[in-house]
Ligand binder design. Structure first.
Ligand code: NDP
Length: 240
């Protein structure tokens, strides 16, 4: 029987590529999103993957959202914590709201969603949790003390939960993408983006599919010995 996968922020950008790849590989996929109804509807029409709207930073909203997903598909076997956003500012100009918004969406979300699926995974003796971090959580980035902190925290979370879960058939891994061609990156001013690309050894942005392929591997039964790891996919821009 097909396994059930939830991809947060699965209707656009990297998440959409992940949802599509899992769907094509015969998983039952639920793609979540927050506010962009049009993008979510277009994505569902194009791929046949259903969308579920809730704020992943809100524990009770996640509980209700997951309940709806499980009513439709059954228990969650694979969780991809992908939803994220940036609110950039140098720290001396950063507002409390910018700090909290980034922590809420990039970090609280990972606790919320993982906490809600982990007990079931432990009971069933199988699970895959894949956290989408960032090159900027590894290297740090000016103007992103909030985002770099949240994305670095995901790496510690990944390792701790991997250790707690290893004996229960659950793997927990992180992917740290470099600059990938999505709306998040297209929002960067063109002159800044040109400078970023010049610093990437392969001289281009990554493609969302290049992240989705790693997710497919990590979600598979064959990846059972791979846990607690961080996979950097960044065109050689930052070598860990
Ligand atoms: P996009 O901005 O293209 O898409 C973000 C997705 O997350 C959307 O589906 C959005 O929903 C959803 N989302 C945002 N906030 C919430 C929320 N509070 N609750 C539920 N869903 C939410 O992002 P990318 O595809 O570029 O990035 C995906 C992940 O990869 C992020 O975690 C990002 O930090 C990380 N990353 C991206 C890199 C890049 O170069 N693009 C590089 C490194 C890491 P909606 O459509 O409703 O807004």
């Amino acid at each position: 029987m097909s396994k059930v996968a939830v991809v947060t922020g699965g209707t656009r950008g990297i998440g959409a590529a992940i949802s599509s790849a899992l769907h094509a590989a015969d998983y039952k996929v639920a793609a979540t999103y927050h506010g962009n109804d049009k993008a979510a509807e277009d994505f569902t029409v194009k791929t046949g993957v259903p969308h579920f709207r809730f704020d992943v930073g809100d524990f009770n909203a996640c509980k209700k959202g997951l309940h709806k997903i499980e009513e439709k598909f059954g228990s969650v076997d694979i969780l991809v914590n992908n939803a994220g956003l940036t609110q950039d500012a140098f720290l001396h100009k950063m507002t409390v709201e910018q700090w909290r918004q980034v922590m809420h969406t990039n970090l609280d979300s990972v606790f919320n969603m993982s906490r809600l699926v982990i007990e079931g995974m432990r009971e069933r003796g199988f699970g895959r949790i894949i956290n989408i971090s960032s090159i900027n959580g590894q290297s740090g980035q000016m103007g992103q003390s909030n985002y770099s902190a949240a994305k670095a925290a995901l790496l510690g979370f990944t390792k701790a939960l991997a250790l707690e879960s290893a004996s229960r058939g659950i793997t927990v891994n992180a992917i740290a993408p470099g600059y990938i061609d999505t709306e998040m990156v297209r929002a960067v001013p063109p002159d800044v983006l040109d400078k970023i690309i010049a610093r990437i050894p392969v001289k281009r942005l990554g493609k969302p599919d290049e992240i989705a392929r790693m997710v497919l591997f990590l979600a598979s039964d064959e990846a059972g010995f791979t846990t607690g790891a961080t996979f950097t996919i960044n065109g050689g821009q930052y070598l860990v």
